[in-house]
Design a protein around this ligand. Structure first.
Ligand code: SAM
Length: 247
């Protein structure tokens, strides 16, 4: 099934994506739990464990959390580093960042965070300015993935780490069937019920289907210049964590 997002020209995709996230910003966190049955928390925790931000270092550990939305990844990094990390939460969408800032304030994490509205394809940061670049469930929304990867490479320092968590291709028999049914039959109606609108969730399901497989995405990361690129499947490939280094 197609809901109209599949064949939009590249130039129009960003506008549609922005509409979706402006619409869902306030309910985004609740919907994440409902739609993934809480699994997104497990995947995000695994991503932070892999990053293992240092708890002490001569200078603060600088992270750019791109498409950082309402701050889930950034908060985890600050907490796990016991305050040693300085995280720039960057997103193209001011509504998502606004929700993130309010949450950060409530948790007392503002001192370690900054919020910057920016497009992943064209970053307003100097080259070599971060120790790590993280992006969780963000890159499939970016129209020109190659440009975002090139920018990630540019803003990392030599020795810096790239980590990307994204929905991926399920490679387990039976689970793939269950996942399909969940995606096409459960998620959009549930979106209508809880958020009053099914369209953003139809977009969600479609964008996941269109995203390159684990291997193809790993190749794109290599082509952007990264070394030692690998990936780990999570929950049978429903999500995958890709890693690379700028050497
Ligand atoms: N990282 C957060 C998380 O894991 O909960 C938020 C993920 S949310 C599914 C996707 C985010 O990507 C949205 O906040 C959206 O605004 C952002 N986004 C979409 N296109 C973008 C772009 N070109 N540059 C930066 N952020 C973008």
């Amino acid at each position: 099934a197609s809901f109209g997002f599949t064949d939009v020209p590249l130039a129009e995709k960003q506008g549609l994506v922005d509409d979706v996230f402006h619409k869902v910003a306030e309910r985004y966190d609740v919907m994440n739990d409902v739609m993934s049955g809480g699994l997104h928390r497990v995947w995000k925790d695994a991503m932070i464990a892999r990053l293992a931000p240092p708890r002490t270092s001569r200078k603060p550990f600088r992270v750019l959390d791109m498409a950082g939305g309402t701050g889930d990844i950034a908060f985890r990094i600050v907490e796990r580093s016991e305050g040693n990390a300085r995280v720039t939460v960057s997103d193209i969408n001011g509504s998502m960042l606004g929700v993130g800032r309010t949450r950060a304030e409530k948790r007392g994490l503002l001192a370690n965070l900054e919020f910057v509205e920016a497009n992943a394809e064209e970053l307003p940061f100097e080259s070599g300015s971060f120790d790590a670049y993280t992006i969780a469930f963000g890159i499939r929304n970016v129209p020109r993935i190659e440009k975002a990867l090139a920018e990630a490479y540019r803003v990392l320092r030599p020795g810096g780490r790239f980590l990307c968590l994204e929905f991926s291709a399920v490679d387990v028999p039976v689970l793939d069937r269950i996942y399909d049914a969940w995606s096409f039959r459960v998620i959009p109606p549930m979106g209508r019920l809880i958020a009053g609108d099914a369209e953003p969730y139809q977009y969600l399901v479609e964008s996941i289907r269109k995203f390159p497989t684990q291997e193809r995405f790993a190749d794109m990361i290599r082509r952007a210049g990264f070394s030692k690129v690998d990936y780990t499947n999570m929950t049978g490939g429903i999500a995958a964590l890709h890693s690379g280094w700028k050497i």
